[in-house]
Design a protein around this ligand. Structure first.
Ligand SMILES: N[C@@H](Cc1ccc(O)cc1)C(=O)O
Length: 437
């Protein structure tokens, strides 16, 4: 299937520049690029939607070029942002760009053929570009009037006399110049890699068209553009955030377990759109899943397929299996060994919603199980020490998934998780996490 048709049925096509479809059809392969600024150490799932554009470009027989914005990241894109951002220091930028480059490489295929992916960094061509040279060779071709007319900067320019929401924050000369840098990138890639297409989220349209304009003026060439819609949620809240903030692609910043849970918890109203954008499942496969999902939404068939596909691709098949196993622990599955397999971050994620009790290590060492558990009265899980004893005798208490046999067992004899934690369970569903501090 050609790229535009593929993107269209997936709901991933927002805007295309006239002539883009013909250009893609006539020239096989073309090179198309998307830029990613190193504003954080990792990309997040908002970026994943645009990464998928590159993946589809490659699958439809073209060459994907991923650009790491080592230079543009030093400036900060004002597109659709309501306020001026702080500059990142160079050390942070260099760390971030290495991380992002490695992530981008995971999603694309590299080979010597005509569709093999390319990764570039715009710092490489900007680092030696002098200011005067830039003003004379690039800035001279674009009017301020043209730059100010972009939706992406308009809201920051606003009218200074306006009040409240309408009041413009203003825009530094630095951020205002951003579109020229991105525009120049496109013209540079046009010249050096014969790159004739730039893609991105719909907020990038203004910057992309500055590029096609520069290509026309500087190189007398013609280049094309396509954007995808920003992913939204049916309930109007921002897509891509969980309680802990952004959902990152780095397993150090968002554990594969949390990542998996994020997709699993997608609303029914969003799942159909998300599975089209974030997985490579075919239309027939998705329609089939939807048909299974509709009569039994509580089984979350769509969400499970979505979570499986995305977690396996972003992390790995093993990470996906581990996330499923961890998810089942709260539903009563798994034994001591399964608990021991969880790394500390995942253990804390799994039991994130569970009451937490901190007990000084020296004190715990001399306690009996019944004493330790009666410490938990503040959570009113065990109303009294005698209640603890009674429940233990009835076989209703377990620690780290092992039934507590006797109330006078010494805490020091219990196996700790990560040398620090005990998962206590009263009956089937009441958990709490004891950590020795
Ligand atoms: N401006 C883009 C990133 C980008 C940077 C340089 C480019 O040449 C292209 C795109 C963004 O913020 O998402």
């Amino acid at each position: 299937m050609n790229l535009l048709d593929e993107l269209r049925w997936r709901g991933m096509l927002h805007d295309t520049m006239p002539g883009t479809a013909e250009h893609l059809a006539e020239h096989q392969p073309i090179s198309g690029y998307i830029g990613f600024d190193p504003t954080a150490a990792s990309l997040h799932i908002g970026n994943l939607a645009t990464i998928m554009l590159l993946v589809h470009l490659q699958r439809s027989g073209h060459r994907p070029v991923a650009l790491v914005g080592g230079a543009t990241g030093m400036i900060g894109d004002p597109s659709m942002k309501s306020s001026e951002r702080n500059l990142l220091d160079e050390e942070t930028l260099r760390i971030n760009q290495a991380g992002i480059r490695a992530q981008l490489e995971r999603f694309l295929e590299f080979n010597d053929g005509p569709t093999g992916a390319v990764v570039v960094n715009n710092y490489d061509w900007f680092k030696e570009f002098g200011f005067l040279e830039f003003l004379r060779d690039v800035g001279k071709h674009i009017t301020v009037n043209y730059m100010m007319a972009k939706d992406s900067v308009k809201r920051r320019l606003g009218t200074p006399e306006a009040e409240g929401e309408q009041r413009a924050e203003g825009l530094s000369y630095t951020e205002f110049s951003y579109q020229l840098l991105q525009g120049y990138d496109f013209s540079h890639l046009y010249k050096t890699l014969n790159c004739t297409l730039q893609m991105g989220g719909s907020d990038q349209w203004g910057n992309i068209t500055t590029g096609t304009e520069l290509i026309r003026r500087l190189d007398g060439g013609k280049a094309f553009a396509l954007t995808c819609p920003l992913v939204t949620k049916a309930d109007g809240t921002k897509f891509g955030k969980s309680e802990g903030g952004n959902v990152w692609l780095s397993p150090q910043m968002t554990s594969p377990y949390q990542f998996y849970q994020f997709w699993l918890n997608a609303a029914d109203a969003d799942a159909s759109r998300l599975i089209r954008v974030f997985t490579l499942l075919s239309e027939a496969e998705i329609l089939d899943l939807e048909a299974q999902h509709a009569p039994a939404p509580h089984q979350r068939i769509l969400q499970k397929a979505l979570a499986k596909d995305v977690t396996s691709r972003v992390h790995s098949a093993e990470a996906y299996e581990a996330a499923v196993a961890a998810s089942e622990i709260l539903f009563g599955k798994g034994d001591l060994e399964d608990l021991q397999r969880l790394d500390e971050a995942t253990l804390l994620d799994v039991f994130a919603g569970v009451p937490r009790l901190e007990v000084p290590r020296e004190q715990a060492g001399s306690l009996l199980v019944a004493d330790l558990l009666s410490e938990a009265t503040q959570y009113q899980i065990f109303p009294s020490k005698s209640e603890v004893k009674k429940m233990i005798q009835g076989g209703g208490v377990s620690l780290n998934r092992q039934k507590v046999a006797a109330a006078d067992q010494a805490v020091s004899e219990l196996p700790l998780l990560q040398d620090k934690y005990l998962v206590a369970q009263k009956g089937k569903k009441n958990y709490f996490l004891i950590s020795l501090v």
